[in-house]
Design a protein around this ligand. Sequence first.
Ligand code: HSE
Length: 436
Amino acid sequence: MKRINIGILGLGTVGAGSAKVLQDNQAEIQRRLGCEVVVTAASVRDLNADRDCDCSSIDMLTDPFAVIERDDVDIVVELIGGDSLAKELVMQAMSNGKHVVTANKALVAMHGDELFAHAQAHQVAFCFEAAVAGGISIIKALREGLAGNQIELIAGIINGTGNFILTEMRDKGRDFDDVLKEAQTLGYAEADPTFDVEGIDAAHKLTILAALGFGIPMAFDKLIIEGISDLELKDVDFAGELGYRIKHLGIAKATDAGLELRVHPTLIPSKRLIANVDGVMNAVLVKGNAVGNTLHYGAGAGALPTASAVVADICDVVRAMSLDVSQRVPYTGFQASQVVERAIKLPEQIECAFYLRFEVADVPGVMSKLSAEFAQREISIEAIKQTEPEPGQESVSVIFITQITTEASVNEVLSTLGALPEVSAPVVKLRVEHFH
Ligand code: HSE
C-alpha cells in the first residue's frame, strides 16, 4: 500500500493531538484514502517532554528546518504558531515542493495572500481548516459547501477561550483571571492569552473567513477589534434582564455601502441559537443569498477537535496530490485572479443597534435630558431600564437599547451626554445584533 509521510513542526497540544488522531484512526483513514498516512518526523523544543501520542516511530528532531528538508516528507504540518519563523518554514517547505497544512491563524491572516501565491507557484497544496473554529469544518463549508451563494453575513463565536470565560462568569459568577488560568491549563488559550481576551485571535480568524466569504485579500489591518477584558459583570447581568446574552463575535457583513468587518462583545437576543453556544464551543452563522441562514457548531479549541481539522486537511491534500493543480479547490475558493478589494467601512460608518449604560445622579430631570439628546439625533429607543439606587450610593444605572443607527450618531450623543455633570462615569457602549 502507498505510504504518505508527514513531518510535523511542533508537537505541543495540537501537534501531539494530530499525531494521536493519525495513529488511533489509522485504519479508518486508510479505508478513506486507500493509502497509509504516517508521521515520520517531528520537530520539538524539548526532546524529553511528556507527550500524549506514541513517539516511538517518529524521528524527533530539534531543528524544524531539518524536517522540511527531508526527502521522505510529503506533507509538512506547521503547528508552532506565530508569524515569523512559521512563515519562513512554510515558504521554504513549499519551495522544497512540500504540501503544507497549518493551524496557524496569525500566519494565514497576516501573510495568506503571499503564501497562496507561493504555493501556486510551486504547485503545492496549502490548507488551514484548523486555523478557524477548531473542529468545525467552516473553511470547507465556505469554500465548497456554500460555493453557489453570494455570502451576505458571517457572524461567529470564534474564540473558545473568550466564550469559556464569558460563560463561566455569567453562569458561576467566576473571576475573569481565574477562568483564564483554567483555559490555559486546558490548552485552549494562545501562548499569549492577551490575543484571546483582546480579540486579536478572533480578528485573525475573521480576516480568514472574510477572505473566503467575499473573495477579498486578507484585510486584518482594516478590522475593528475590541476584546472582552473591559466587560463588566453588571452589563452581562443587565443584558440578561433585558432578554439578551453577551457573546464575543466576529462579524463580516456585506452592505451596499461596503463590508463591515468587526470583532467585539455583542448583545444577541437570548432566544437565538448562537446566543446559547456556551463554554469552549464555537459557532459560525453564515447567511447566503440562496441558502439563507446556516449555523456551524462545534468545539473551537483543544487538542483533539483541532487535530480533527488538521487530519481532515491531510486527507484533502492526499486526495489532491493525484490531481492536476487546475483541478484542485483554489486556496480561498476563488480563482486567484478573481480575488479583488472591496470597500471596507470605517468604524463610524458601522450600522447596528447599541446598548448604552449611563451612571447618573439620582435627581429629577436626568432621564429627560438623556432622552432629549437621542431624539435630537433621531435615534429611536427600543428599551430603557433604570436600576434602584444601591444603599449608600447616589448614582443609578440607566440603560438604553437603541434601534439601528450609525456608530457616528451614537458617538455624537455620547460626547454630549458624557460631559453632563449628572453623568458620573464613562458610558458603556456595546453593540447589539438581532440576526433576524
Ligand atoms: N486560543 C484559541 C481559542 C485556540 O481559544 O479559540 C483555537 O484557535
